[in-house]
Design a protein around this ligand. Structure first.
Ligand code: GAL
Length: 686
């Protein structure tokens, strides 16, 4: 076990490879080239069901044996994907219940991928039979180190008969009686009361304005369905391979899936990272990418894998994006590592010459002539392999957290609050403001994350559906010395997605030290926010008109609208800590100012002068005196000069003379980075 664990915690590079797509004569040359390129891990198998079981009950693993043996001979470790994402045609023909019924009632046909209903019993029995054989066969293979379950779950909103029956069971277990369900959901509205369980069917897509309690429960049921679909696969693998690790590759956030819940069954989370190369995304992309990476780290609250990383111009699903320019592949792989990725697996070794994804480019072009991108990847692998011993066992060191919530994501999708007000975009805004100050943060689950005392600052935007347990945990955190930041639309609903009959922020009123007297959904209209020091900022989306408690300090007021002069942002001393309440959505410069003040007050180190596009992160072992590694990344197309001035403990510290692990030599206080330039500096935080 120790050996395997070491491998999954190692900082290393990998590639995705599809032996079944290529003439076998190519395999050995490919494996040799991978080894020469510094690759340590290969992922295989996740779509290959029709080759593993070409007809019902006939299993053919010889080809996979040969491929895995070959990788082993070249010193490459292997992660096998279970192929349930693509059931073969013979199986879906025999058991059409495997195909998901989509929200519009259509059956999602085979031919693209992802044509599997998480609730299908046929998929489960055929899937278990195959995975059991796979796991048994490779349990002792020296090259195999772990498994990926399925591929990119996503949500197809399956509404087939089995899903409907499972939903009713789920509700029965939750509510016990229809009477209770009717009461909790408030179905009396519009004569929606159920008198038979069979009357409950999954919501059709056209019913966007159905009862919100019903819609939120349907989403929760779907999350559970995915977790169960994963659980039977994990059980089948663990039976034979107790020493292998198990992961899943999450993708494209925001994902309508409770990744924390699904992640519980996994040893390690993985993410498919395709930072957008389009010119209109070059400035914002690296910041949303940073959030995706932090969110993935938050799934297990530990380091993670990248299971697919951008290797060339993406296309096929849409006209192609720009080709990653020199330095791009390297810089974004380092960004992932800086934020806690250990293994980074690139998708894919070579661009496909067949099938639908011929223009989603790999490291090598169709010609099979190694080019610029493979060279960059090889240089990157050499660097990563060189630094791996230092980085092994380290993790991002952070002192702030953002609470992210699948419940809010879904509930606020079901009932959008104001034009332009988007839960995930707002999470991005808070995260971006922190990232631009070089303040690292964890992004963790609002409903389940414990251990908040480890953070000096907890930002908890829009806790709209507020569970009692969450409110208590947050109040305890603030009372015991933490700095908690709450925002508008907090405490609006109870767990059943029903509006509470108390002033807002509901269960967090005592902890916030304010109540909302009235609100105005500003939407895209822009109002003015005036700070007590005379600063003026724009705000939009929402305006809570606040009634502060006597002890609350008003730190900003509205400067326009009929509520000009009313409190908009407050700070309230609560127990040994404090709670900030932001009644509106301010422009970024206001958030920057606020976070700077909090960082100063709480001694959170930050970089006051990071240029746009430059990100820093710190990875270390956490013990004092141990070296940590400061990653400085220029994720922009321009040259940047970075003043390495860190503010901490009320003073400015110049980080010059640090040992540069990539460039060699010692850094100047002004670090010059070329477009997509990267530095990793050895640093001893004190
Ligand atoms: C991922 C998927 C891969 C490949 C890639 C490019 O979503 O897991 O198999 O399809 O995208 O589209």
């Amino acid at each position: 076990m120790e050996n395997v664990l070491k491998k999954y915690e190692a900082v290393q590079m990998g590639v995705c490879y599809y032996p079944e797509h290529w003439d076998e004569a190519l395999w050995e040359k490919d494996a040799a080239k991978m080894a020469e390129t510094g690759v340590k891990v290969v992922r295989v198998g996740e779509f290959a069901w029709s080759r593993m079981e070409p007809t019902d009950g006939v299993f053919e693993f010889d080809w996979l044996d040969r491929a895995i043996d070959l990788f082993g001979r070249y010193g490459l470790d292997v992660v096998i994907g279970t192929p349930t994402h693509t059931p073969p045609r013979w199986l879906t023909t025999k058991h059409p219940d495997i195909l998901p019924v989509m929200a519009n009632g259509d059956l999602y046909q085979p031919g693209v991928r992802g044509h599997r209903c998480f609730n299908s019993r046929s998929l489960r029995s055929y899937g278990e039979r195959l995975i059991d054989r796979l796991a048994q066969r490779y349990s002792r293979h020296p090259a195999v180190i772990g498994w990926q379950i399925d591929n990119e779950y996503g949500m197809l909103d399956s509404r087939g008969e089995q899903a409907a029956a499972d939903f009713r069971d789920w509700l029965y277990r939750k509510y016990g009686t229809l009477e209770r369900l009717n009461r909790e959901w408030g179905t009396v509205v519009w004569s929606g009361e159920y008198s038979e369980w069979s009357e409950i069917v999954p919501p059709p897509a056209s019913h966007r304005n159905e009862n919100p309690s019903f819609l939120l429960d349907f989403a929760r049921f779907q999350w559970d369905s995915v977790a169960q679909f994963q659980a039977w696969q994990i059980a089948a693998i663990r039976r034979h391979c107790p020493e292998h690790f198990i992961t899943h590759n999450f993708h494209s956030y925001p994902q309508r899936l409770n990744m924390t819940e699904v992640g519980r069954g996994l040893d390690v989370a993985a993410f498919d990272y395709y930072p957008n190369t389009s010119p209109d995304k070059v400035t914002t992309g690296p910041y949303s990418g940073a959030l995706s990476l932090d969110l993935t780290r938050g799934i297990k609250r530990r380091n993670f894998w990248i299971m697919e990383q951008l290797s060339g111009s993406p296309g096929s699903w849409f006209p192609m994006w720009r080709m990653p320019q020199p330095g791009y592949i390297r810089a974004f792989a380092w960004q992932a590592i800086a934020r806690g990725a250990d293994t980074v697996v690139h998708f894919r070794w070579r661009s496909a010459n067949i099938g639908a994804e011929q223009f989603w480019h790999g490291l090598i072009d169709h010609s099979n002539v190694p080019g610029r991108r493979l060279k960059e990847f090889a240089d990157l692998s050499a660097e990563v392999n060189r630094l791996a011993p230092k980085l092994a066992g380290t993790r991002p060191l952070v002192r702030a957290a953002i609470l992210h919530s699948y419940e809010q994501l879904e509930a606020l999708r079901i009932q959008a609050q104001a034009p332009g007000m988007d839960y995930y975009e707002n999470i991005k805004a808070y995260h971006r403001a922190l990232t631009k100050l070089g303040i690292g943060c964890d992004v963790i689950d609002a409903e389940s994350a414990d251990g908040l005392e480890a953070y000096d600052l907890v930002v908890a935007p829009h806790l709209y559906v507020l569970h009692e347990e969450t409110a208590e945990r947050l109040s305890r955190y603030a009372a015991s010395g933490g700095t908690l930041l709450l925002t508008s639309r907090t405490g609006v609903k109870n767990s059943e997605n029903v509006c509470v009959m108390t002033p807002l922020p509901g269960l967090l009123t005592e902890c916030a030290g304010v109540t909302v007297r009235e609100y105005d959904p500003l939407g895209e209209d822009v109002a003015r926010l005036d700070t007590e020091e005379g600063g003026q900022f724009a705000c939009s989306q929402w305006a809570d008109i606040l009634e502060p408690d006597d002890r609350a300090e008003v730190i900003a007021r509205y400067g326009s609208e009929f509520f000009a002069g009313e409190a908009a942002v407050t700070r309230y001393p609560f127990g040994q800590g404090e709670t900030y309440y932001l009644g509106t959505h301010p422009e970024e410069s206001y958030l920057r100012q606020l976070f700077t003040q909090i960082a100063e007050a709480k001694n959170i180190p930050y970089f006051p002068e990071l240029p746009m596009g430059v990100q820093v992160s710190l990875r270390g072992g956490g013990a004092s005196g141990e070296p940590a590694y400061l990653f400085v990344l220029n994720l922009s197309r321009e040259d940047k000069e970075v003043k390495l001035d860190l503010r901490a403990d009320g003073r400015l510290r110049h980080l010059d003379g640090l040992n540069s692990l990539l460039g060699g030599g010692r850094t100047d206080r002004r670090l010059k980075l070329r477009p997509y330039g990267v530095e990793v500096l050895e640093y001893r935080p004190d």
